[in-house]
Write a protein that binds this ligand. Sequence first.
Ligand code: TNX
Length: 510
Amino acid sequence: MPAPPPVTFSLLPRPTKAHARAGHFTFGPDTCLRISSGAEPAAQLLRTLLAPATGLPLRSAEDAAVVLALDPALTGLGSEGYGLTVGPHSVLLRAAQTTGLLRGVQTIRQLLPPQALAASPQRGVPWSLPCVEITDVPRHRWRGAMLDVARHYQPVSYLRRYVDLLALHKINFFHLHLTDDQGWRMPVAAFPKLTEIGAHRAQSMIRAGSDDHDGVPHGGAYSRAELADLVRYAAARGITVMPEIEMPGHVRAALAAYPHLGNRPDRVLDVWTRWGVCDNLLGVHEDVFDFCRTVLEEVMDVFPSPYIHIGGDECPTVEWEESPEARARARDAGLSGPAALHGWFLGRVGAFLTRNGRRPVGWAETGTELPDHFTVMAWRDPSHALAAAERGHDVINSHHRATYFDYPQSAGPQEHPAQPGAVVALRGVHAHDPVPEGASPEAAARVLGTQAQLWTEYAATPDRVEYLTYPRLSALADLAWSGPTPWTDFRSRLDRHLPRLDALEVSHHP
Ligand code: TNX
């Protein structure tokens, strides 16, 4: 029988360079850490991650065998890269920036036996890792995962677990889709009804395109303190939480709370109970812009993310076309017609974010319709990612046929009801190069990376969320960090990664 591949080749994502060496290093109760200035967060994370299964105290000591060192001179490692040397008697983790050390901690964790990831004490396991020399730098700056908590609310305790799983995969952006037609989950002090009314719907649709509803009320909202705490929790794992507040469409829950923000203030709407694209939009009067600024001020207070997502997707403009006020507004602004209010609206709100030192992000329908200063999430077609990059936008390639994890993973009868649409199979996710075909070097440089989307119309529980997310997110994370790898290489590493997900009790797809 051929010898099994060295354990380093079970790393996921795959490191840029890894050379296996002979021997092992074994952690024991007396193993200590030497922590250079600035490396404390990495030491903290290593202890937090290893404590439940191993009980290792990992005390600090000057003459320790395990060294965590921050060295700003290692500029070639960038902000997230790291170097890891494991010898029989020492472990040296080095990075130019703290985030790089946090990535390296996840690698140390993956080099240990999978039982190291368990939530409860594991006895009789030698906490050994193979000797190895690793240099690891991500290919892409944006390796994201979006969770839609508007269609189905998840408690913040679950969001922390979700973040932990992202961190294991070296994902660096957690995109939190906080508002939509079916629910508003972020409290805003000046507009309390957003959550008092907007966070609750009477029931939910069972199948798209049918009129069947479940009759079960659904609701939930976060407190400001919970969200601030989530931001800290994610930051300790090297993850930025990017909030999304949808506008000018996907706002039915906000309109149910504050009808005067719509195009027909006299009309009382419910928080939407259907799935699909809703016709209701924000109005274009000044009250609306005051509202958007007030909401975003609070959002910026809670979320330090340099990027703030303001939606922009699926915006049928019928209501604006039917509204004399909106038509007049378009005329006064010198626009070609009410449809052009979409770009005008996002441009105004985007400029407000820019003035506040943040970068607006939007969903692109074509790739070229968002205002100049937007970072573009191109979801409909890879050609849109290319068009946006060529127009000078920073782009996150989020092609739905490869990154929408709400679609089923196979056509098999064992799949639970999922978003109606094409199958998004693991292999297709793995084959999705974020850099679109035909991109010039300049355009390719504007592709920040890629991101997984989990829209939750059909994923109400953490179990469903995890089944749809894993292992497809493992493939996306691998691709975003390492670039394309042969399918067989990915598959063999995934086979050795699944026991880690099992140790973490992730209810992944078989
Ligand atoms: C489109 S893509 C949407 C979401 C849905 C999703 C379902 C995008 C920006 N909007 O509102 O949940 O399709 O796959």
